[in-house]
Design a binder for this molecule. Sequence first.
Ligand code: 6PG
Length: 472
Amino acid sequence: MQQADIGLIGLGVMGANLALNIADNGYRVAVFNRTVAKTREFYEEAGRLKDQIIPCDTLEELARSIRAPRPIILMVKAGEAVDEQVAALKPFLAKEDIIIDAGNANFHDTVRRLAELGPNDPTFVGMGVSGGEEGARHGPSIMVGGTAESYARIEPVLTAISAKFEGFPCSALLGPDGAGHFVKTIHNGIEYADMQMIAEVYGLLRDGLGLAPEAIGKIFEKWNTGPLNSYLIEITAKVLQATDRKTGKPAVDVILDSAGQKGTGRWAAIEAQMLGIPATAIEAAVAARSISSLVKERSDASAAYGELGSAKLADKGLAFIDALEEGLLAGKIAAYAQGFDVMAGASKEHGWNIPLATTARIWRAGCIIRSQFLDEIAAAFEGREGKNLLLAPAFIDRMKTGSQSLRRIVAEAALAGLPTPALSAALNYFDGYRQARGSANLIQAQRDFFGAHGFKRIGEEGDFHGPWSDAG
Ligand code: 6PG
């Protein structure tokens, strides 16, 4: 039998769909799953793609079924399962082979796994894959971290299976070792912020303007034809107009308001903090999911504090809905500026050289945050890599007008007692960023007062201390 071009371990939804995508693109793929029955079932259900698939019952058989040098994709649960698979696989592989971890790994683990490999072990590549089930099957966005040699060897298949934006493949080598998984983590952090800001706007339309899900869905549908056009806005419109089969009610109305999180959003916030780079909209989005999980406490607090009552937004009318559209876009610009800044900072810190314009370009299709907007971001980074998006000429005018709407909706929401943690964080970031003279001079004075930490004087070199003892 003709050997496979590539192997894939882990036939969960993402792995199975990725394997079918590979097969559909004319590559032969050898597959293995810990539960043999699942491998068989996958093969039997592969229909016309069966000829392209080699089901394997053991790792030894998998290794034998792939043409050397063997690229093998791991699509198993992030964490220990990856270490276990790498250890189990290594005895059957040669130095020239490549293990590609396609899960949502923490980049620190990817760096460690690479460091743990001996001189005769196979190479390791950390690959972020975004797009959910549909993306895995028909074209995900692929963020690769590894050496140029390993990428060159796997590039044809990755290019073939990736999403395309106007013919441009959404797969790229973004740097060595952990760079690919780091970029995927920040992608997810931005995804959290984007989803949270959309949810906040939904909350204002529901609780402020008193609109029903279907009507809100129609508003998002309209917005999806304008500058907010994106996958997340598109699915929001669909979700809001869906009906629950059991009750006939709008589906969103029967869903418990407690958001899950697997950890990647939190990692993005942690990494931003570790680097000392403000990513407040991402942090707010993570915290908002945590608050959402306090279902019982929120109910008790609601009973204790009551509603604000009179200050609702119902009389604000259509102009307020337009402000929501423009304000959401402004919030999004600030959140993306933060995410890209974190990548620029990490890139510098780890010597990765992550190409930001390319990153934006491979996010234009396939991934969860895909949008037209990313095309504009890619253009903004062209020739000015590493600079904050808020200073890109193309975004300055947009933010000048957009921030006024953002300010208005955040202010009205605050008066109505409706939470907008991510939108407010985005606005405050923007206001802090554009303020030439902030208030941290006072913090420096306080630090010097209680700890003699010293401060700089405006326009003078050297460290100084204040006259605090004179102040009594
Ligand atoms: C993607 C998604 C994907 C997954 C997240 C969701 O890019 O395809 O981001 O990775 O949906 O892990 O994460 P939470 O469960 O934390 O929301």
